[in-house]
Design a protein around this ligand. Structure first.
Ligand code: ASP
Length: 291
């Protein structure tokens, strides 16, 4: 008998129509799992209360998942989750659980269970994958298993909504890592952005992922460099990533990138913004656990 833990957090997969649109409905995922579970699989279902639209996902829920997953002794784990912030949870769990031998399979859908859409197939794929003992964190979606470390939700409507950008391996020995309540955000540079606006945002943060242009360039502005350098000097971690989906940053390629590195901004390479966010979050959390 294979023991599978299911963490049901919410998301469209278990939603039903209500007065304001789709919202989580208790029992939908639990019922489908009983129908779809293969012979020889024993399910323990842990339902989050309240069930959430994944717009509500954050460090408290990640920590809860990490605690439940790291205490589990069975064959594999399935996490049912809304698609909107799946890439954040994929990055968070991939890094926090790096080195764990347990298969953790994220699963969601663009249409609810019982609506004739993609949900049943995605859940069956997740059940199958959780039994196959492939260590790591994966997303079961649209017929494929994708590495969850670098997920990109590229389509807000279509059922083949995800792709995965390869991320560098965190080949660590497994130890439980949790997210402390630091103030972090992803900020995006855009032409004409007033440096004072960036300064105001950074003043409220302990760290930020900065989405810069192309291979790593920024507008030429001594004030921008000063804003970044001032934040770094007071201990704000700033990690640059590209606004391009693949390819990553190449420090030194363009003079227009020099202010970043002079100011002490970290090079996030080819990390997705979500992966870079998880990286600085966990790094800050390991230096001082506020959680
Ligand atoms: N808004 C939903 C959520 O992220 C979308 C989905 O699950 O597909 O929870």
């Amino acid at each position: 008998m294979k023991d599978i833990l299911v963490l049901h957090t919410g998301g469209t997969i278990g939603m039903a129509h209500g007065p304001d649109g789709l919202a989580p409905r208790a029992g939908v995922v639990e019922e489908a799992l009983q129908d779809l579970a293969p012979v020889g699989v024993s399910l323990s279902i842990h339902t989050f209360d309240p069930l959430i639209d994944s717009a509500e996902m954050g460090p408290a829920q990640w920590n809860r998942m990490i605690d439940l997953i790291s205490a589990f002794q069975g064959a594999g784990v399935i996490v049912t989750h809304g698609t909107d912030t799946m890439s954040y949870t994929g990055a968070a769990l991939s890094q926090a659980l790096a080195g764990s031998a347990l298969p953790v399979i994220l699963c969601g859908a663009m249409h609810p269970l019982g609506s004739g859409g993609d949900a049943e197939a995605n859940l069956s794929l997740a059940l199958d994958a959780a039994c196959k003992a492939l260590p790591g964190v994966w997303l079961a979606f649209a017929g494929r298993l994708l590495s969850a470390a670098g997920l990109v939700k590229h389509d807000a409507q279509g059922v083949d909504a995800f792709r995965s950008v390869p991320q560098s391996n965190c080949s660590e020995r497994f130890h439980v890592r949790r997210f402390a309540p630091w103030r972090l955000a992803i900020l995006t540079l855009s032409p004409g952005l007033p440096p004072a606006a960036l300064a105001a945002a950074l003043a409220e943060l302990d760290g930020a992922v900065l989405r810069v242009f192309g291979a790593g360039t920024v507008m030429s502005s001594s004030m921008l460099e000063e804003v970044l350098a001032t934040a770094v000097v007071r201990g704000c971690r700033i990690r640059a990533v590209s606004q391009c989906e693949t390819g990553g940053l190449t420090p030194g390629a363009y003079a227009a990138g020099a202010p970043l590195w002079r100011a002490g901004v970290e090079n996030g390479g080819a990390e997705t913004p979500e992966a870079a966010l998880a990286r600085i979050w966990l790094a800050l959390s390991s230096t001082e656990d506020r959680g």
